[in-house]
Design a protein around this ligand. Structure first.
Ligand SMILES: Nc1ncnc2c1ncn2[C@@H]1O[C@H](COP(=O)(O)OP(=O)(O)OP(=O)(O)O)[C@@H](O)[C@H]1O
Length: 329
């Protein structure tokens, strides 16, 4: 650790308070192991704060930034890192997972045990991974866009509607995060009707469809760097975080019965094989764009588990844009 500066960004609220408890146990170990190094901890004070803190750590010359929290915290740290151009400044991100869903660390097989995760961060080399970028329309300002990076999965359709309902929910502060998510998944599942959208896929395996605008009734499209979403849905089982491409997994034109009896089990198991080709496809692409056929439809986009905007939206991969310290695959 000679000469290295390590910054910890801790979301004490992540995982319904797990983040705080994890850090309280870990801090004495960090103090001992990093006694001869320069290290600092910052606690997130509000949503989005982890991004500002990451940007400051990069600009202050820190060599490692450790995100202590869930997928939302990891995503915000990646956003701050990308905005400050952390890769070209020789900075890497480490992860100590203490959230609710933990979808990104499921892909990377980062240890769930905080001491093991710290050990990995302090003893391993960093590796380059891809980062996704999404440009989505602001829900209340149709002529403006939200520009955002994501490290795991950005999706649109039923998943965006679920996240929008979870974020707007007034009961979320009274019951556990997992239960709120389950409740709105069920309620959205029975009321969701696939809206018509136009989409274009470019770069990669689009073949004859390369760059052609097509239309479908959108159930879900996952633009995936990682493999899991929604707290363990194995939606993109073959996605690789360093291959320079998104795995684009799409279910479309489903009836309510198909959605319940075929799509949900298939998404959970990562097996879309029992859905016919006219209702599901998987491709590898570097660019994606989708817009609603009916301009007044508000179709929500979620990125790493948080609302990123509505359609129209477009996606682009930033190949090997971020350095992370991860277990060797
Ligand atoms: N002090 C704070 N007050 C309120 N919200 C905060 C605070 N610090 C961070 N947040 C927000 O909490 C949200 C959730 O955090 P995080 O993703 O770490 O945990 P989680 O949602 O439990 O886990 P997961 O995303 O893996 O399901 C993030 O959007 C983050 O911006």
């Amino acid at each position: 650790m000679d000469g290295k500066k390590i910054g910890f960004i801790v979301n004490r609220r992540g995982g319904g308070g797990k983040g705080g408890k994890t850090w309280d146990k870990l801090e004495p170990v960090v103090a001992t192991r990093l006694a001869s190094a320069k290290w600092k901890v910052e606690y997130t004070q509000h949503s989005g704060h982890a991004s500002d803190l990451a940007r400051e750590f990069v600009n202050e010359g820190y060599s490692i930034i450790v995100a202590v929290g869930g997928d939302g915290t990891i995503s915000q740290v990646v956003n701050g890192y990308m905005l400050a151009d952390g890769n070209s400044k020789g900075c890497a991100i480490g992860i100590i997972s203490s959230g609710t869903g933990g979808d990104f660390v499921r892909t990377t097989t980062t240890p769930k045990n905080a001491l093991e995760a710290l050990d990995l961060i302090l003893s391993s080399e960093s590796t380059l991974v891809d980062v996704g970028h999404v440009s989505a329309t602001k829900p209340n300002a149709p002529s403006a866009t939200n520009e955002q990076y994501f490290i795991n999965i950005c999706s649109v359709g039923i998943s965006g509607s679920i996240i929008k309902r979870v974020e707007s929910s007034s009961i979320a502060k009274y019951i556990s995060g997992g239960l709120v998510y389950w409740l709105y998944t069920y309620l959205t599942g029975i009321s969701y009707r696939p809206p018509p959208v136009k989409y274009t896929l470019t770069g990669g395996s689009a073949g004859d469809d390369e760059g052609k605008e097509k239309q479908m009734g959108l159930y879900i499209m996952a633009v995936a760097n990682g493999r899991y979403l929604g707290g363990n849905m194995h939606i993109a089982p073959k996605a690789q975080i360093s291959d320079g491409q998104f795995d684009v997994v799409c279910l479309h034109d489903l009836t309510l019965a198909d959605a319940f009896f075929k799509a949900s089990p298939a998404l959970k198991s990562g097996n879309l094989m029992n859905l016919p080709a006219h209702q599901a496809f998987t491709q590898r692409n570097t660019k994606v764009s989708i817009s609603p056929v009916n301009a007044k439809d508000k179709i929500y986009v979620e990125a790493d588990g948080e609302v990123a905007g509505v359609l129209p939206a477009s996606w682009e991969i930033i190949s090997q844009g971020c350095r992370m310290i991860l277990p060797l695959s």
